[in-house]
Design a protein around this ligand. Structure first.
Ligand code: AFP
Length: 335
């Protein structure tokens, strides 16, 4: 095997922390197994009859795909018995998921989006699983939603697994960001992208341009400048990408830089942004900042937000440091 396996990597990390019980290492191993199982299901696609709608809606009022439901169940079944988790919260579940009484309860909470970008499933584009791990507050025997409502700065681990041409698991435990590619011959994730870093500068932006008329002035101004490039106030021309799958966009940012925005808009005034704080914005912000980038709503650091609701939405602007700072400065000028 070329390179260190994920199992070796996390055991080496554990040995660096003499007080570690090994619980967290085992949780990461179980998470990797869950991602392999989900990746397998995604891969089988039409062969397993997995494509299309499930005929139900999630709490966000979004039509669930069959694979949203299947992957949610797979994730829960893979982790509920392990004894490492106190409770789980899923983008696809209205309620907090309790650990069944027959299994031991652990000290960690996990928030997850089992299949991000699922609107891309039927067109065979990259999708992924996102997760964020928090410590369960002491004394919380039956964790409720309130125990999950911790700012992103409290995350002890965040990651995502992208099911694309290759299956890659990206992970941070607050000590940089590492990427592991699934070697299907041996069934192991192997460290292929150590210490991923996002360049401070970029000439690539990602935003859903069809929402342009609904954006606030600072985002209008920034994107207008990018589009004009050398003919406007900028010293370079910009390129644009939009995959509509956050895992794919963030993976691109981690490999070659860029800025990703899903800002607040007045298309649906009761929704402050499209992306979910606990399942998408917080874990991706932790990863981006650990790789040297920045994340903001335009007005505050995403990971400083004290969540009020487990399914809360937030505006998201993240990626290459200097470009995010520029967008934030436009918001400050406006206020
Ligand atoms: P789905 O998981 O419902 O496909 O949503 C994907 C997503 O949350 C995120 O991954 C994308 O960046 C964003 O939505 C795309 O939104 P638009 O369809 O509005 O471009």
């Amino acid at each position: 095997m070329k390179g260190e396996s994920l199992t070796q990597f996390i055991i080496h990390e554990q040995r660096r922390n003499p007080s570690a019980s090994g619980d967290f290492t085992l949780l990461l191993n179980d998470l990797a197994t869950a991602c392999k199982a989900i990746g397998h299901e995604v891969n089988r696609g039409p062969l397993a009859g997995n494509l299309g709608l499930a005929g139900s809606e999630n709490i966000q009022g979004e039509a669930q795909k069959k694979l949203d439901v299947i992957t949610h169940e797979l994730f829960v079944r893979s982790l509920e018995w392990t004894g490492h988790l106190a409770a789980m919260a899923s983008e696809e579940s209205d309620e907090i998921i309790q650990i069944p009484s027959g299994y031991p309860r652990g000290k960690y909470l996990i928030c997850f989006d089992p299949l991000d970008g699922s609107s891309n499933i039927d067109v065979n584009l990259s999708v992924g699983t996102i997760f964020s791990i928090l410590r369960c507050p002491e004394g919380a025997k039956h964790p409720s939603e309130a125990h999950f409502l911790q700012p992103g700065r409290h995350q002890i681990c965040a990651g995502f697994c992208i099911y694309g041409p290759t299956t890659i698991l990206v992970l941070t435990t607050g000590n940089g960001v590492n990427g592991f590619t699934l070697d299907r011959d041996i069934g192991e994730f192997v460290l292929t992208h150590p210490n991923m870093r996002i360049p401070a500068d970029t000439s690539e932006f990602a935003i859903n341009m069809s929402n342009r008329r609904y954006w606030e002035q600072p985002v209008q101004r920034y994107v207008e400048e990018c589009v004009k490039g050398r003919d406007g106030g900028r010293e370079k021309d910009f390129n644009m990408r939009w995959i509509a799958s956050m895992v794919a966009e963030i993976y691109r940012l981690l490999t070659r830089g860029g800025i990703f925005m899903y800002p607040v808009d007045n298309k649906e005034p009761n929704k402050p942004g499209r992306l979910r704080l606990m399942y998408e914005a917080n874990p991706m912000s932790f990863i981006i900042e650990q790789a040297g980038g920045l994340s903001s709503t335009g007005r505050e650091h995403i990971m400083d937000i004290l969540p009020e609701d487990i399914h809360q939405r937030v505006p998201v602007i993240l990626g290459s440091r200097n470009e995010v700072q520029r967008v934030v400065s436009y918001h400050l000028e406006q206020n």
